[in-house]
Design a protein around this ligand. Structure first.
Ligand SMILES: C[S@@+](CC[C@H](N)C(=O)[O-])C[C@H]1O[C@@H](n2cnc3c(N)ncnc32)[C@H](O)[C@@H]1O
Length: 275
């Protein structure tokens, strides 16, 4: 599928393409001259220079101190249960929602509504699901979704799936343990997913190699990865992009393709396909 990339030049040095099964345009990273490292540096400079993320409000769409976060999506009022007290526990990040999860979830809804994405009947695996909003929205959009996270994050994740995904929804949602860098359960890879999703999963340099290892294990030539992240640390993003470009073609989704009500300048979104 990576070979079916249709490209065109939008402005000098900028290559706009369609990647994988996402029907919208993305701006190719490293599409011009130069090495992967140069492309990763250029990308982070562009993001921090143009988007000025530090000037936008953090936690614009979430309240991490609430026990439940309400959100309208796909004609449902979702209630995302959080555990604010766990936020103080070192290494625990998935007990509350993060902006990029809301942005990615609403992006999926908007992309399906605008016919740039089809999730109906597709197999979706979400990495680092946390409270599970993204995976729940994918299921409401018709996907057969497997939400994954570290073993100690599964209880809250299951509670959120039970609360928000009832009988009669178009797709399905199941929860499984998956620690990046370890072999995934066979259910996750047979067959390989159509989509792999992740929000705010690139925030720790030590986890980048394991995350990429898992992405490689989960992805075939027909798999499209969509990752959203908050612009907090340019060095970690640059490290991820440079490493990822060895095995994946990466395109950045323009903000005008995000859901119109969820376009934070602090959030960036990428589509990746295996080279
Ligand atoms: C910042 S939170 C984001 C949670 C959720 N995706 C969201 O956007 O609200 C990062 C998530 O990645 C998970 N995570 C971190 N390291 C992981 C690893 N090595 N293997 C699997 N999941 C991991 C965390 O448990 C957490 O749920």
């Amino acid at each position: 599928m990576a070979a079916s990339v249709e490209d065109g030049l939008a402005e000098e040095g900028v290559v706009v393409v369609k990647l994988g099964s996402y029907g919208g345009d993305v701006r190719l990273l490293g599409g011009g001259e130069g090495e992967d490292s140069e492309a990763a540096v250029t990308e982070t400079m562009l993001l921090w220079g143009i988007q000025q993320p530090m000037h936008s409000k953090p936690n614009a769409y979430v309240s991490q101190s609430s026990l439940a976060l309400p959100l309208e999506a796909c004609g449902h009022t979702l209630s995302v249960l959080q555990s604010p007290s766990s936020l103080g526990t070192p290494g625990v990040t998935g007990a509350v929602m993060w902006d990029s999860g809301v942005v990615l979830g609403k992006f999926l809804e908007h992309a399906v509504d605008s016919r740039k994405l089809v999730l109906q009947g597709k197999k979706v695996v979400e990495l680092g699901s946390g409270c599970g909003l993204v995976g729940c929205i994918a299921a409401l959009l018709g996907a057969n979704t497997i939400l994954t996270d570290l073993p100690d994050r599964i209880r809250l994740l299951k509670k959120n799936v039970e609360t928000n995904i009832r009988r009669g929804v178009r797709g399905s949602a199941t929860v499984r343990e998956l620690t990046w860098g370890y072999d995934p359960d066979v259910e996750l890879i047979e067959p390989l997913p159509d989509y792999v999703l992740g929000s705010d999963v690139i925030y720790n340099e030590e986890a980048v190699v394991d995350l990429l290892d898992t992405l490689m294990q989960l992805c075939g030539t027909q798999t499209t990865i969509i990752l959203a992240g908050e612009l907090r640390n340019d060095a970690i993003l640059e490290y991820f992009l440079e490493a990822a470009m060895k095995d994946f073609i990466i395109g950045r989704v323009a903000h005008d393709q995000f859901h119109p009500d969820y376009q934070s300048r602090r959030v960036v979104m990428y589509v990746l396909v295996k080279k």
